[in-house]
Design a protein around this ligand. Structure first.
Ligand SMILES: Cc1cc2nc3c(=O)[nH]c(=O)nc-3n(C[C@H](O)[C@H](O)[C@H](O)COP(=O)(O)OP(=O)(O)OC[C@H]3O[C@@H](n4cnc5c(N)ncnc54)[C@H](O)[C@@H]3O)c2cc1C
Length: 387
């Protein structure tokens, strides 16, 4: 039997960040990961899976010691954000309004993960098992024991399930989820743009779903097209050239000249775990909750889980292993995650229809929101994780 303070299952963005931050508190950490990402090379095309990373998440990556590695790879700051349905009824946000250099960054998920994995190498108190997966879990009052598929038996005070939306660890711990499948799927489309790199991200709502643009480094961008599952299936089967023609017909003209370089589609599912912990197993990130990505908040919420858990253990001193920490964690994080999930559902519900009066009301609301002064600033601060 091998022993550690904390076993982390999954070294995605959330698991790897947790490992770095807990290791810097002197705890002994084991990380179990089934599949490491492909290493970075500057000539690689940009990945499809990108995230809008908020200012609060940047601060967490800095604290974890991964930011310097990310800066040596690729990222794209964005300073402005605009959202509208009908032309002339837009809400606009600008970093300058908050006195910030930028609102956040668009980053490739894999590079965020790689930067954290690189940082993990600095800690002698982190040991990784990869490729490896958890086969069995058993618990006593004081510890949990994991059996890995390489035969290792690992005893830990806490097992952190950071193994994503379909978390196997969550299942082994007997935690159920509530699940809702949206009537929209989402297509990610990478493009080469005629314009120089932009510093704005925008989203237009349409009754069949939003259309969004995220800037990527250089003359590149990421388009997000939400639509019915049937429509997304048709678009996915098209050649890049035919898809570009469809994008020109359905995206705002401000997109300008572009060519499609890659595409992929995803179902949209909201999940919320019935409990954030069972005994000594604690859920963080997508294993605890997934959210409609229309405001790009998924991993930002995951990083808030990480910050909360790390702070709780740090403040607990010698009591870091007491079960009360998991209860405190759930009390703090569940309401915040639920609020953001409900906010996204409100947007989804209000904008995904063609009911005339509702359409007028929501456009007036967007227009009013643009002039809402302190309220607008508060909403922006919340979205950036600054409150
Ligand atoms: C279309 C789309 C767009 C999005 N855009 C944004 C955005 O703009 N901003 C944002 O904040 N969020 C966004 N998100 C959400 C974001 O991608 C997720 O919240 C984030 O990837 C979750 O990170 P995670 O580390 O919790 O899980 P994951 O990224 O799923 O990582 C889980 C890790 O666990 C490993 N693993 C899985 N099973 C096992 C096992 N049994 N044993 C060991 N290891 C295992 C996996 O290999 C992986 O490394 C978007 C999501 C989608 C679908």
């Amino acid at each position: 039997m091998e022993h550690c303070d904390i076993a982390i299952v999954g070294a995605g963005m959330v698991g790897a960040a947790t490992a770095c931050l807990l290791a810097s508190q002197g705890l002994s950490i084991r990380v179990i990961e089934t599949q490491l990402p492909e290493p970075y090379a500057p000539e690689q095309p940009l990945d499809l899976r990108v995230s809008a990373i908020s200012q609060a998440s940047v601060a967490l990556l800095e604290r974890a010691g991964a930011w310097q590695h990310l800066q040596q790879m690729r990222l794209c700051p964005y300073r402005r954000l605009e959202t509208w349905e009908l032309e002339g009824f837009a809400t606009r946000f600008d970093a300058a309004e908050l006195g910030l250099p930028q609102l956040g960054y668009i980053m490739e998920n894999r590079l965020v993960q790689l930067a954290l994995l690189k940082r993990m190498e600095d800690f002698p108190n982190i040991q990784t098992h990869t490729p490896a997966a958890v086969q069995r879990l058993r618990q006593s009052a004081d510890a949990a024991v994991l059996t890995l598929d390489d035969g290792t038996e690992l005893q830990a005070r806490w097992v952190l399930a950071c193994d994503g939306a379909e978390s196997h660890t969550r299942r082994l711990a007997g935690i159920g989820v509530s699940r809702f499948e949206y009537r929209q799927h989402c297509m990610l489309i990478n493009i080469d743009t005629d314009f120089e790199q932009e510093d704005i991200t925008w989203q237009q709502f349409t009754p069949s779903g939003p259309r969004a643009f995220l800037p990527l480094p250089g003359k590149h961008g990421s388009l997000v097209w939400y639509d019915s599952p049937a429509r997304i299936r048709v678009l996915s089967a098209m050649s890049n050239e035919s898809l570009a023609t469809e994008v020109r017909r359905h995206f705002p003209a401000r997109l300008g000249g572009f060519s499609v370089t890659a595409k992929g589609s995803f179902p949209l599912v909201r999940r919320h775990a019935n409990d954030y912990h069972a005994g000594r197993v604690v859920l963080l990130g997508d294993s605890a909750h997934t959210i409609n990505p229309l405001a790009g908040q998924g991993v930002n919420l995951g990083f808030k889980d990480v910050a909360c858990w790390v702070e709780l253990l740090a403040k607990a001193g010698n009591d870091w292993h007491l079960l009360a920490q998991a209860e405190r964690y759930e009390r703090r994080r569940r309401p915040d995650n639920l609020l953001m999930q409900s906010g996204m559902d409100l947007f989804y519900g209000v904008f995904s229809n063609e009911i005339g009066p509702l359409r007028l009301a929501r456009n007036l609301a967007l227009n009013l929101a643009d002039k809402a002064g302190p309220l607008k600033e508060m909403a922006l601060r919340y979205a950036l994780g600054l409150v």
